[in-house]
Design a protein around this ligand. Structure first.
Ligand SMILES: [Zn+2]
Length: 251
């Protein structure tokens, strides 16, 4: 197979041998790709500074025996603000870590890259820490929806009765449960009407809208806590960046 071009977002890098890096990438079509950047850890490398986590680049890839090998890289968007600021960088690391876990090798999900890029751009421009938290929360619910776990918020997910805010939320079934169904399936986290409405709004809003909206802190904290539990329940891997982010800000 000849060399081919690929636009990709760098999610994570791990060391290989003396001077190489393995890059975990999210391709523009939403696939997960791993590729070797030879010599990237040498200070003189032409890849240095261009392929840090959070950067989008146009790559030339040569198929290798087990991993692709990067022969050329041109920066598209380095998202530099994400590295200059502690709050932005910890929020972005949650996004990159979740993408690294939900993207699948060889399985395209066209919307994932657009969501990733819009989220990182919104994190760069969000005016304050609470706006960044809203962006991360919106990212979590949208990414879960793309991954097949769109929260069911209109009625009881189990019996289809008109469950309303103030009901429980079943992590397993992925939606609101009325008191009767909630009791039957074991304890479910409560979700207030305000948080239920916010979750629905976050699903539909653009990232730019989320980053500039004034969102009630209590409802946002409730949605974030629920999504943290929802993501942990359904993604098999441990999300260290999300745990660090949640604990670091006292929620
Ligand atoms: Zn029910």
């Amino acid at each position: 197979m000849p060399a081919y071009a690929l636009r990709a977002l760098v999610l994570r890098k791990t060391k290989l041998g003396e001077a190489d890096q393995i890059l975990h990438l999210l391709a523009a079509d939403g696939r997960s790709v791993r590729a070797v950047a030879k010599g990237m850890r040498k200070p003189t490398s032409r890849f240095a500074g261009r392929l840090e986590p959070g950067s989008v680049a146009d790559l030339m890839l040569n198929p290798g025996r087990s991993l692709e090998v990067i022969s050329d890289a041109r920066s598209v968007d380095l998202h530099p603000a994400l590295r200059d600021d502690y709050d932005r960088s910890t929020a972005a690391s949650v996004v990159l870590d979740v993408l690294d876990k939900v993207a699948v090798e060889g399985q395209a999900e066209e919307r994932l890259f657009g969501l990733a890029d819009a989220t990182l751009t919104a994190l760069e421009h969000a005016p304050a820490e609470e706006n960044m938290r809203a962006v991360v929360t919106a990212f979590l619910v949208k990414a879960m929806a793309m991954h097949g776990y769109r929260p069911h918020l209109d009625s009881c997910v189990s019996c289809a009765c008109a469950a309303d805010g103030g009901s429980g939320f079943s992590l397993e079934a992925g939606g609101l449960v009325c008191p009767a169904c909630g009791t039957a399936s074991g304890p479910a986290p409560r979700l207030s009407a305000g948080a239920r409405d916010l979750l629905g709004w976050l699903l539909g809003a653009t990232m730019a809208e989320v980053a500039s909206a004034q969102i009630p802190a209590r409802s946002l904290a409730e949605c974030f806590a629920l999504l943290r539990a929802f993501v942990a329940y359904h993604l098999p891997a441990r999300l260290k960046a999300l745990e660090f982010y949640a604990n670091g800000s006292g929620s």
